[in-house]
Design a protein around this ligand. Structure first.
Ligand SMILES: NC(=O)c1ccc[n+]([C@@H]2O[C@H](COP(=O)([O-])OP(=O)(O)OC[C@H]3O[C@@H](n4cnc5c(N)ncnc54)[C@H](OP(=O)(O)O)[C@@H]3O)[C@@H](O)[C@H]2O)c1
Length: 164
């Protein structure tokens, strides 16, 4: 199974101004790419803080929410399992792809667990100067650049592979 992180970042590497902010500050091209890649994957995983900013399961995709609480959510699976176990479980069930949809805590959790194969980072043409960083924990990962794509006049997609 192939797993990928998908994130929109400011040019200075932040994914939000604050953890309760909905990620709706990004370009329409980024939103289109997000829908395309997450629908292709079919399964999305995200942290409860990110899920709360969206407030619902997105259509045509299975949503897995990380939380340590017993949450009364409909239409989503809530888990606190080790990412290695989650990936192994989905793989065994025949799942081909998993989209890791943030936020910072969940991106870091999956990177630190060593189960991320690729990253799609959309660099939006803005500076936030602070807020929620892409990762919030120490990492030592080397990346290979697979592709760059200009999504519009000002927005760049960086597609990386994690070197294992
Ligand atoms: N720009 C983008 O592409 C993008 C993408 C996604 C998110 N975001 C932004 O990122 C921000 C949220 O990021 P965040 O880092 O604050 O939060 P987050 O990663 O979305 O969620 C953190 C929550 O996940 C749960 N969690 C974390 N580790 C866990 C573990 N090991 N086991 C079980 N549950 C675990 C906990 O939920 P409980 O407290 O319920 O236990 C924790 O409070 C929001 O502003 C969102 O809009 C931006």
């Amino acid at each position: 199974m192939r797993t990928f992180i998908i994130a929109a970042i400011s040019a200075d590497g932040f994914i939000a101004r604050s953890s309760d902010e909905l990620a709706d500050w990004t370009s329409k091209e980024d939103k289109k790419l997000f829908v395309e890649l997450t629908k292709r994957a079919g399964v999305m995983v995200m942290g409860n803080t990110t899920f709360k900013t969206i407030g619902r399961a997105l259509p045509d995709r299975q949503t897995i929410v990380y939380s340590r609480q017993d949450l009364p959510y409909d239409d989503v699976e809530v888990t606190s399992e080790d990412p290695v176990d989650l990936v192994a479980r989905l793989n065994k069930a025949g799942q081909a792809e998993l989209a890791i949809c943030g936020g910072s805590t969940i991106y870091s959790l999956f990177m630190q667990a060593g189960v991320v194969d690729e990253l799609y980072l959309t660099v939006e043409p803005c500076l936030l100067g602070g807020g929620v960083p892409l990762f919030d924990a120490a990492l030592d990962a080397k990346l290979k650049l697979l592709e760059t794509r200009q999504l519009n006049e000002n927005v760049l997609l960086l597609h990386y592979e994690v070197q294992k």
